[in-house]
Design a protein around this ligand. Structure first.
Ligand code: PXL
Length: 276
């Protein structure tokens, strides 16, 4: 059985980070170990969320795992709440990422803005963590913060290609930008594999609304597909199709959730798409 370890927070209500990564990877038939970085009452888009930091637990957890000799097929990090946690994530890659795939989803911003609680310094340090990864998957806002370039809402395909090259110059072999639309009609992901000097993209019809947590669903799905032996191109397509289906199913419900998507009822679709 394939094994992944994912490091991110538990937002008790919110359908993001560990509460989507764990069920998605499990559904894809992958044993999933977790390093919970913090417990929040909700994700940070709600007002008045509580935040209990678990940084002190992380090193002892890793020390124990070292003694047990645990090995993982992939190490995947998502939302990390502090500079200290970025150091812990770097240690996780050094210790448990040696023989596996290393994925950094640099969760920290969207729609041109850093999420609540992140300092200006955070993206610079996140860029250093990205250097340790094989694959990074920022959205366009996160890409701009990682590179220290302005966030723009209108761009050409060449602009995206240039940003992707700069992202891989940070050190990861492959970069994917999620939430890209070149024509305003279709939405998807644009990627670059620096080892082959090759670009690829995958788009689906744009749904009427965007939702929180879909970046986490996208990254978890790409991780699961790759660990299950899919190619990079296949994994990007499977992740885009699944996120689109999650939004589609959500919008079909009249009084649908506004803080996250119905990824649960789209799981059979995911398993069919990914040949499980
Ligand atoms: O979906 C990313 C995410 C994860 N975890 C927490 C968040 C967010 C986005 O806002 O607030 C706590």
């Amino acid at each position: 059985m394939k094994k992944v370890v994912t490091m991110q927070d538990i937002s008790c209500v919110g359908k993001c980070s560990l509460t989507v990564a764990l069920p998605i990877l499990s559904a894809m038939g992958i044993e999933t170990a977790v390093i919970p970085t913090a417990v929040l009452s909700t994700h940070t888009m709600f007002q008045g969320f509580t935040f209990h930091d678990l940084t002190k637990e992380i090193v002892p957890i890793m020390e124990h795992w070292k003694k047990e000799g645990f090995r993982f097929d992939a190490v995947y990090t998502g939302y990390l709440g502090s500079l200290e946690q970025l150091d812990c994530a770097a240690a996780l890659f050094d210790e448990f990422g040696k023989d596996g795939l290393k994925i950094v989803d640099p969760c920290m911003a969207d729609a041109g803005k850093l999420y609540a609680g992140f300092s200006e310094q955070f993206p610079k340090e996140m860029a250093k963590l990205c250097a340790k990864a094989d694959i990074i998957c920022p959205n366009l806002t996160e890409a701009s913060f990682l590179l220290g370039i302005p966030y723009v809402t209108s761009y050409s395909e060449d602009d995206i290609r240039e940003v992707l090259k700069k992202l891989t110059d940070l050190g990861a072999e492959k970069a994917v930008i999620t939430g890209v639309s070149l024509d305003g009609v279709r939405l998807g992901a644009y990627a670059y594999d620096s080892s082959e000097d090759r670009y690829l993209s995958y788009f689906t019809e744009r749904e009427a609304q965007q939702f929180h947590g879909t970046g986490d669903i996208w990254a978890s799905t790409m991780c699961g597909a790759l660990v299950n032996g899919k190619s990079f191109d296949e994994a990007v397509a499977i992740a885009c199709d699944y996120v689109k289906e999650c939004i589609h199913i959500t919008l079909k419900e009249e009084h649908h959730n506004t803080y996250g998507v119905n990824f649960e009822e789209a799981i059979p679709f995911l398993l069919k798409q990914s040949g499980k």
